[in-house]
Design a protein around this ligand. Structure first.
Ligand code: M6R
Length: 622
């Protein structure tokens, strides 16, 4: 949440910052700002609203400053207005910074700083950091009255003093008017990358704001800082110990982050699924020999095969993928498994018996609750594996090993191609564990053949997009929807409801279909569409019964069924079909029409689907 970008080089900083902020806008979009360092002062423009609003408010002349910082905000402390927008400047006017994260002890520090005579303008936790750095810089003394060492850089020293007072998470870029040839980036618990170009440096929350300028980058670890000056850059810990960092190649390309003719990233990412899944499966599935090759976790497969219990932990859509994973591990590998909301798991003092394996699932690899759940699990000695999309992300680095999704950047706030890849990775893992434990070669080969056919089958579903759009058109004005499924289609019902609510602001509830008669059936009217995921699988007859119960009460049904199923036709006011596959792989197909339905309902209602209200792509705060 929140995107930060900072430029230090020889080109005009302002257009680079604005371009970078547009790339990062999916991380938060309630207010934005830039500060340019010019002629011994900060030239600051801040505004509530989107980056487009910020652009409109920029001065007419283009500043020739070559150093600046920018921010796009998802508000945590204080309303999304101009005063609370970043960058924040300290009480002396010498320090400016942008911040992604949360300062947990900001209230105590603020009280102390006010007592010391510092004035505050905003309600944010971030301004406390600006004032804290400003205070140490101004006084040139630490809290115990000790002067800054003579041979140190006072700006760098003041930053370190301030950070030693702070509890919480941060990715920050910091400037000081007295040091126009210097920029500092610091990281703890929030992502921060330093792009290293030819005579130019870009600090950013993620690689999408950097890749246009350079593909070389340093990924800072928690507790590290990068100091850029006219001689280049150096890295150290925030406690002032030198660290050597390796330059790494950024793995995303510019075309992956462009819209390429689509209206929205969500639309592009839905359409990409045949290809993204192929990339995810490529080289990992050996149908002939009935084997799965997952290099990232190979050294832990023996431990995984013997484990007595698997705990999957995640948030949101990734949690839904985890629920599919729970069913997969139980059915295919016969290993007890359960999925946990990371936000609950982290505070529950969970019992992890020896040999429990924890699998953390996350597209961004930066979700704060999932990170905290991983730390819990590691503290209790569990082996923790990651199923992550963003290469080099915090979760990828914190886990013992893992499997990357390999689907390229997912930019739309509503997760789509990450979900199908998460399910595909969990399917591969479960099949491999099943093979090692009890599944016959024939059974494994048959599952793998089915898995390899999924991308082509998704193409057939995508071909129905116009038809699904008509269904969205016919139902878009209903304010309450139900999504119902059984077995492997139950997590899909949850995911369909989440997709619809987060981008169309329609109230939607996902349920196991049989739960209807225990309460929710009371809601049924002809103004509440019930979406049934009712493919031909083991519980087919049962879900037909559930559809009948809804229709008997005047309910209107949208049914996702298997191609060629004539029997189900009379049960559907609107029928969408998906190709046939085995029970366990149903979610990979049945989720796709629900993604398309949600996308079109939101577009038809006039919403910005890539930037739904109140949301941000990666939830890096609690
Ligand atoms: O990056 P993560 O996969 O860890 O994100 C988890 C959730 O925040 C995310 O799936 C969220 O629920 C999406 N907006 C759903 O579309």
């Amino acid at each position: 949440m929140c995107g930060i970008v900072a430029y230090f080089g020889r080109k005009h900083a302002q257009p680079i910052l604005i371009e970078g902020l547009k790339r990062l806008e999916y991380r938060g979009y309630d207010s934005a700002g830039v500060a340019l360092l010019e002629k011994g002062a900060f030239n600051i423009t801040k505004t509530p609203g989107r980056i487009s609003a910020l652009e409109e408010n920029l001065p007419e002349y283009e500043s020739d400053s070559t150093v600046g910082i920018g921010h796009t905000r998802w508000a945590t402390h204080g309303q999304p207005n101009q005063i609370n927008a970043h960058p924040h400047v300290d009480y002396t006017g010498k320090i400016a910074l942008v911040h992604n994260g949360i300062i947990e002890n900001y209230a105590t520090l603020k009280k102390w700083l006010i007592k010391e005579g510092c004035a505050f303008q905003s309600e944010t936790d971030t301004e406390v950091v600006a004032n804290l750095i400003g205070y140490f810089y101004d006084k040139n003394q630490d809290r115990n009255g000790r002067f800054a060492p003579k041979d140190c850089n006072r700006f760098e020293w003041a930053v370190q003093q301030a950070l030693s007072e702070i509890y919480g998470t941060y990715g920050m870029a910091i400037l000081c008017v007295d040091c126009p040839d210097m920029m500092i980036g610091v990281k703890k618990g929030s992502p921060l990358i330093l792009g290293v170009g030819k005579n130019e440096y870009i600090i950013a929350s993620d690689a999408s704001a950097i890749v246009q300028h350079t593909t070389q980058a340093i990924y800072l670890s928690d507790g590290e800082m990068a100091i850029i000056d006219s001689d280049g850059f150096y890295t150290k810990t925030i406690t002032n110990k030198e660290v050597q960092k390796e330059l790494k190649e950024i793995e995303i390309s510019l075309d992956q982050i462009e819209l390429e003719g689509f209206d929205h990233y969500m639309q592009k990412e839905i359409a990409e699924q045949p290809v993204s899944l192929e990339t995810c499966l490529n080289g990992r599935v050996d149908v002939k020999n009935g084997r799965i090759i997952l290099g990232g976790v190979s050294q832990y497969l023996r431990e995984l095969t013997r484990t007595k219990r698997i705990i999957l932990t995640a948030c949101g859509t990734a949690w839904h993928a985890g629920l599919v994973g729970e069913f997969l591990f139980e059915q295919l590998a016969r290993i007890p498994a359960e999925v946990e909301y990371a936000s609950e798991f982290r505070y529950r003092n969970p019992i992890l018996e020896e040999g429990t394996v924890v699998i953390a699932i996350s597209q961004s690899g930066e979700t704060a609750d999932t990170l905290a759940a991983i730390e819990q699990a590691r503290d209790r000695g569990a082996l923790v594996l990651g199923v992550v999309n963003v290469v080099g992300s915090s979760i990828a680095r914190l886990t013992d090993a893992g499997v990357y999704l390999r689907v390229g950047p997912e930019i739309g706030v509503a997760s789509t191609k990450a979900f199908t890849a998460q399910v595909a990775v969990l399917s591969m893992l479960a099949i491999e564990l099943g093979r090692r434990r009890h599944l016959s070669t024939d059974a494994v080969q048959s599952l793998l053949r089915e898995l390899m056919e999924i991308p082509a089958k998704i193409k057939r579903i995508l071909a129905q997009t116009d038809y699904i759009r008509q269904i969205a058109q016919a139902n878009k004005d209903h304010e309450n929807w139900l999504f119902l499924g059984r077995g492997f289609n139950y997590p899909v019902a949850l995911e369909g409801a989440l997709k619809l609510k987060e981008i169309s602001y329609i109230h939607a509830e996902g349920l196991p279909a049989a739960e209807m008669k225990h309460g929710p059936i009371a809601l049924i009217t002809d103004r509440m569409p019930a979406v049934f995921v009712a493919t031909r699988c083991s519980q087919y007859e049962k879900i037909i019964g559930n559809i009948e119960e809804v229709r008997a009460r005047g309910g209107k049904t949208i049914v996702v069924a298997t191609e060629g199923d004539e029997h189900i036709k009379p049960y559907a006011d609107h029928l969408i079909t998906v190709p046939e596959t085995c029970d366990q792989l149903q979610p990979l197909l049945t989720v796709v029409p629900l993604q398309i339905l949600a996308y079109h309902a939101a577009v038809l209602r006039g919403h910005d689907v890539d930037k739904p209200r109140n949301l941000a792509k990666s939830v890096t705060v609690e």
